[in-house]
Design a binder for this molecule. Structure first.
Ligand SMILES: [Zn+2]
Length: 61
């Protein structure tokens, strides 16, 4: 059971936060930079990042 967060809190937690596809490290970065592939995962160096917020839906954690 997950507690519902207010939109404000969600935005603060997930806005501009990306997750590495390879090692799942969280990275906070502006979306335009991620799109231009200027952001690298600081753990594994991968440029494959996805938005954190999207993945949350339907995820039981
Ligand atoms: Zn990584």
């Amino acid at each position: 059971m997950s507690k519902k967060l207010s939109p404000d809190v969600e935005k603060r937690l997930f806005h501009n936060v990306f997750v590495c596809m390879k090692c799942s490290a969280k990275i906070r970065a502006p979306p335009e930079k991620v799109k231009k592939r200027k952001i690298k995962c600081r753990k594994c160096g991968s440029k494959e990042l996805r938005l954190k917020a999207k993945e949350r839906r339907g995820l039981k954690a």
